[in-house]
Design a protein around this ligand. Sequence first.
Ligand code: NIG
Ligand code: FE
Length: 403
Amino acid sequence: MKGFKNLSQILTLSGVHKKDGRGPVAEDLNIIEDGAVIYNDHTILWVGQTKDIPTKYQNISLRDGHGHVLTPEIVDSHTHLVFGGNRSKEYSMRLNGADYEAIAKAGGGILSTMKQTNEASRDELFSIAKKRIERIHSYGIGTIEIKSGYGLNIQKEIECAEIINDLKIEFKNNVQIFNTFMPAHAIPTGFANGREYLEKIVYPSIDQVHKKNIIDAVDIFFEEGYFNKEDTEQFFKFCQDLNLPLKVHADEFNDNGGASLACEYKALSCDHLLRTGSKGIESLSKSNTVATILPGTGFFLGKDQADARKLIDKGAKLSIASDFNPGSCHCDNLVLISSLAAPTLKLSLAEIWCGITLNAAHSLGLREQGAILQGLKPRFSLFKVGQVDEITYNWGRNFSVPV
Ligand code: NIG
Ligand code: FE
């Protein structure tokens, strides 16, 4: 057994947990001042004020948390961090007026990262990704979802899934990694349409990684110019037959009904949602599919943001993730992204913390974390600040310290 005492604050989120992450308000943060927590490797055993530590735990040597705030672990539930090269030139082109979708049509975009990823060796991709994870972990983020999707051929996609699995093993003692398989990220040249690419490349590679038992979910880019509604439904059915949890990139450039489709197929999450209108918002608010917004992408591409206010007010489970990738959001710091997003998207502190902890974990099917409550998993983030407000108030500063 181990634990902390004298923590300046514990952000328990017990109210957020009780509401299953819907409509959180300030009281749901349930902050304990001068807090203590006792846990073993698997479970939180007790949480309360230091003065109330039960006698049976009084002999345990506890770390002194004075001047620190303990929060539920921050989860980045959407990244594409296994990739070769970079697209800094494209970013500058966009600043000069070029458009993301037009760059992609001209052979840039995802396909340019595909080329650079295929040119990199397995060892190179592993070591670049390892450094990226170390940096993300240094911000206090302890669970990271990672998608494949820049191999775009059977061999390299499987290699990327294996790299993510190797990273999962490498970091097993301090970072929880979630492996999402996403060969359905773009359609390389040489394929007549999405369906042909799905049938020739995506399904055979899913069959193989599924047999290796290394993936935790699948994802598809449902968008004009990528995979259409028929492709997406066929993909969902194929993956559901294998019992693979679904995730989807939807409604980023257009409201294509992606949110409603995600709910219909009981996807874990539906991500982006920049253009999702009333119908999609209505569907999300009635379902357990987590609505994951990626404000960093809106900022990076200079686009209007998702209607987070309406999603929350209607009752959807809203989560916030980075979308860290080389093209549409080259920012890996979810704490910074959330801090920046709050005033623009009109999100309260309770909504932000719910979005980067509990709902983010739920969007990965991880239901035993996301709050500091007896019986849940001891997955925490720790910050050297006197009160929780300081973490998102100080844009771009990193107060995280190892738990
Ligand atoms: O989530 N939308 C699809 N995929 C990424 C972009 C990837 C890229 O531009 O390389 C995203 O925004
Ligand atoms: Fe993405």
